[in-house]
Design a protein around this ligand. Structure first.
Ligand SMILES: NC(=O)c1ccc[n+]([C@@H]2O[C@H](COP(=O)([O-])OP(=O)(O)OC[C@H]3O[C@@H](n4cnc5c(N)ncnc54)[C@H](OP(=O)(O)O)[C@@H]3O)[C@@H](O)[C@H]2O)c1
Length: 210
C-alpha cells in the first residue's frame, strides 16, 4: 500500500515506516518541513519512500497514519484539510500531558482517536492502533513482545490495520469500536509507570487464551 506517515520524521513514524518498507509498502514521510521529510525518507530507503509536506502526503496516499504528539494532533489534522476524504487514517496518538505522563489523563471529547474522528469528519475512517508499542523497538529488527489493540467503527478498516500490524511484525486484535480506543490510550500511561517502577525498558501487553 501507499502509506503516508504524518509527522513521520519522529520516533514512531520512523519505526513504523522502516518496518512497512521491509514488508514491501511504499512510504511517504510527511512533515511540516519538506527538507526534513526528504532527509528521513532518504534514511529509510530511497526506492520505497519519499518525503512531502503533511498535506501533500495526505493527498498522495491510499492510507495515512498520524504520529505526532497529542499537543499537536489537532493542528496537524486541521492542516491537512479534506485530503483524507474516503481514506482510512490510523491514529497512534496517546493523550500524554507532561509532566504527569504516568497518570491517565483523558482529553475532552473522550479520547484522542474520537477527537481525530470529530476533526476529520464522517468522510474519513479513523482506526486507532499502536499506542502501546515502543517506537525504539520498532526501529530495530527485534521481536516485539507487545500486541496491538485496533479500535474502529468499521470491521473492514480494522482488518486492514490488523494486516499492517502483522506486516510490522506485530499481532493486532479487534478491540471493538473507535470509542474503545480510550482503553489503549490509557494503557500507555500504565506501561510507562510499570517501566519506571520495575526498571523495565519496554513493558508491553499480550492477549492470552488463544
Ligand atoms: N514514541 C513512542 O514510543 C510511541 C509509541 C506509541 C505511540 N506514540 C504516540 O505517537 C505519537 C508520536 O510519537 P513520537 O514519539 O514519534 O513523537 P515525536 O518524535 O516527538 O514527534 C513526531 C513528529 O511530530 C511532529 N511535530 C512535533 N512538534 C510539532 C508541532 N508543534 N506541530 C506539528 N507537528 C509537530 C514532528 O514532525 P515535523 O517536525 O517533521 O513536522 C515530529 O517529528 C505521539 O502521540 C505518541 O504519544 C509514541
Amino acid at each position: 500500500m501507499k502509506i503516508a506517515i504524518l509527522g513521520g520524521t519522529g520516533s514512531l513514524g520512523k519505526g513504523l515506516g522502516s518496518r512497512w518498507i521491509k514488508a514491501g509498502h511504499e512510504i511517504i514521510i510527511g512533515s511540516r518541513d519538506l527538507s526534513k521529510a526528504q532527509e528521513i525518507a532518504d534514511q529509510l530507503g530511497l526506492d520505497h519512500s519519499s518525503g512531502m509536506l503533511n498535506i501533500d502526503a495526505a493527498k498522495s496516499c491510499e492510507i495515512a497514519c498520524l504520529t505526532v504528539p497529542f499537543a499537536n494532533q489537532e493542528s496537524t489534522l486541521l492542516s491537512i484539510e479534506n485530503a483524507l476524504h474516503n481514506k482510512i487514517m490510523i491514529d497512534a496518538t496517546v493523550p500524554l500531558m507532561p509532566p504527569k505522563v504516568m497518570r491517565v489523563q483523558l482529553p475532552e471529547g473522550g479520547s484522542a482517536a474520537l477527537n481525530a474522528q470529530s476533526i476529520l469528519g464522517e468522510h474519513t475512517t479513523v482506526v486507532s492502533a499502536f499506542q502501546n508499542i515502543s517506537a525504539e523497538l520498532l526501529q530495530t529488527d527485534a521481536k516485539i513482545d507487545c500486541d496491538v489493540l485496533v479500535a474502529g467503527d468499521l470491521i473492514e478498516a480494522r482488518n486492514i490495520v490488523i494486516d499492517l500490524a502483522s506486516d510490522a511484525g506485530l499481532t493486532g486484535w479487534h478491540a471493538g469500536p473507535l470509542c474503545n480506543s480510550v482503553a489503549a490510550e490509557a494503557l500507555t500511561s500504565i506501561l510507562i509507570a510499570i517501566n519506571k517502577k520495575h526498571s523495565l525498558a519496554h513493558s508491553g501487553i499480550k492477549i492470552t487464551g488463544h
